[in-house]
Design a protein around this ligand. Structure first.
Ligand code: NDP
Length: 504
């Protein structure tokens, strides 16, 4: 059970090169409990000097030492040890995330209990990474490819699902044989540090293989992104930051994968099971207080059922229990960060000024309504035009825009009329429509008659401004590998040295 009684700030150290250390400068910053609004722990404020030490440690571990000489099978076993330790500590890790992030305990326990699957899955894949013998069109040659780890990887993660999003990157990177430096969000570093203490430090992972630099994005993050010994950046965060990271990383030709923002359409056709779709619409926008990249923040409702659907939706959303995220019965928790709280409220004002009609919520929840700080009432706007800012820009909060549509073509047009392309929902009982619309939506994930489902087996990522590359599934491991082509000439040398050696 989460304990909020101690007022003394817990002091964390970070984990670099297999050791627990303070920032080189000795500086720290406070991390806050979003429910109480009070600081509860101190986090090392790492800067460029710490990043340099961490990247050097990761580079050493990659080039020499026990990690790089492990067989792929032994790497797989290391991942399975990590998985077992996460299982052992799942409840504690969930509680820390609730404390630091304000996510619901019920969601967090489910998430940390599921996280080991990533390590089991990629642990199993570790010794199935293999090149190929290629039948090159010359009889005297023997040709093959090697699949090699890219090297030192830097992970930069956001505050909304800190542990899960680090895990999604860590499991395939380790399976591939890479070493890693992780910079978590300044708002939510604690769960990763607890993960390092309870899981990694106990899993017999050699020093330098996984390092953490806690600190600010503009300082520690940029130092990582520009470090010459970092070969790959895996970033999850906002689209503007992602663009900056991509630009900086491209100067030194780093590989980059980006999981960015979204403004996902959740499309309700008049042949759906209405109660299921109402529940799916709620789960799309009010789960995790709407602070999820895949939030179904644009609810497209067919005009034939619009009024009846909206009535049921508002009735259900009105019942949402706001409160302490550490209590099992709470359904909507606090907003995680003060700037995010301000941003959500400002978008509510923007929507009102644009002429959207607010039928639920529409402002901050009082202390009595929320039970703590930084609560926003679940908010629903009707009469939203898809070109309004409230429909085009990511709010990242419990604010739903309802947009009417006429028919299937109209729904697809509106759904795709957006810069983003992360997720989409489709509610229909028609198999033909389900497949047809799933194909026409420009998004990395389409859920039909469900929403916000993820699995280690299913590739996840964005079209358009929602990102580059895929996490999860077999595809994710490719992002941590590069291919080497090896040519062995078993025949005579010679030939014209001034022309390229082609087969004919
Ligand atoms: P930000 O983009 O603000 O931050 C993400 C990470 O980048 C943080 O660790 C941040 O550090 C760091 N950072 C900030 N500036 C720089 C920089 N100049 N160079 C390097 N790193 C930097 O996103 P948020 O943390 O606010 O997270 C919310 C966003 O994440 C939303 O837009 C959401 O859609 C997206 N997201 C996408 C997901 C996906 O899979 N597509 C999943 C989850 C979230 P610091 O915290 O210190 O600023």
């Amino acid at each position: 059970m989460l304990d909020r009684t101690t007022t003394e700030l817990k002091k964390y150290r970070t984990y670099i090169d297999g050791k627990w250390v303070d920032a080189a400068s000795g500086k720290t910053f406070q991390t806050f409990d979003p429910y109480t609004g009070e600081p509860w722990a101190l986090i090392p404020k790492c800067e460029k000097a710490d990043v340099d030490i961490a990247v050097e440690a990761a580079a050493r571990a990659f080039d020499t030492g026990p990690w790089c000489s492990l067989t792929q099978t032994a790497r797989g076993k290391a991942l399975r040890r990590i998985a077992a330790l996460i299982e052992k500590h799942a409840e504690h890790l969930a509680e820390i995330e609730v404390r630091d992030n304000g996510k619901l305990i019920s969601e967090m326990v489910a998430q940390t209990r599921y996280l080991p699957e990533w390590f089991y899955y990629y642990g199993g894949l570790a010794d199935k990474i293999q090149g190929a013998v290629v039948p090159v069109d010359r009889p005297e040659h023997f040709n093959y490819t090697l699949r090699e780890p890219v090297g030192v990887c830097a992970f930069i993660t956001p505050w909304n699902s800190p542990l899960m999003l680090a895990g999604w990157k860590l499991a395939p990177a380790l399976a591939a044989g890479c070493t890693v430096v992780i910079k978590p969000s300044e708002y939510t570093s604690a769960s990763l540090l607890e993960f390092m203490r309870l899981v990694i430090a106990d899993a017999d992972i050699p020093p330098g293989v996984i390092n953490v630099v806690t600190g600010y994005g503009a300082v520690a993050g940029e130092a990582l992104v520009t470090h010459p010994k970092v070969a790959k950046i895996a970033f999850t965060g906002g689209t503007a930051t992602g663009a900056r990271v991509n630009e900086l990383a491209s100067r030194s030709f780093k590989k980059v994968s980006l999981e960015l923002g979204g403004k996902s359409p959740n499309i309700v056709f008049d042949d759906c099971i209405i109660d299921d779709a109402v529940s799916g619409a709620i789960s799309g926008i009010f789960a995790a207080t709407g602070q999820t990249c895949i939030a179904g923040s644009r609810l497209l409702v067919q005009e034939t059922i619009h009024d009846v659907f909206v009535e049921k939706l508002v009735a259900m959303a009105r019942q949402a229990r706001l409160g302490d995220p550490s209590k099992a019965e709470t359904q909507v928790g606090p907003v995680t960060t003060p700037p995010q709280y301000e941003k959500i409220l400002s978008y509510i004002d923007i929507a009102k000024a644009e002429g959207a009609r607010c039928v639920l919520g529409g402002g901050p929840a009082t202390k009595e309504e929320g039970g703590g700080r930084y609560f926003v009432k679940p908010t629903i706007f009707l009469d939203v035009d898809n070109r309004m800012r409230i429909a085009q820009e990511e709010v990242f909060g419990p604010v739903l825009s309802v947009i009417r549509f006429k028919d299937e073509d109209d729904a697809v047009r509106i759904a795709n009329d957006i810069a983003y392309g992360l997720g989409a929902g489709v509610w229909t009982q028609s198999v033909k429509r389900a497949h047809g619309v799933a194909k026409r939506i420009k998004a990395g994930t389409v859920w039909v008659n469900t929403y916000r489902a993820v699995s280690f087996l299913m590739p996840f990522g964005g079209y358009k401004a929602s990102g580059l590359g895929r996490e999860n599934g077999m595809e994710a491991i490719d992002g941590y590998l590069q291919t080497k082509s090896v040519w062995i000439n078993n025949g005579p040398g010679g030939g014209n040295p001034f022309i390229m050696k082609t087969a004919s």
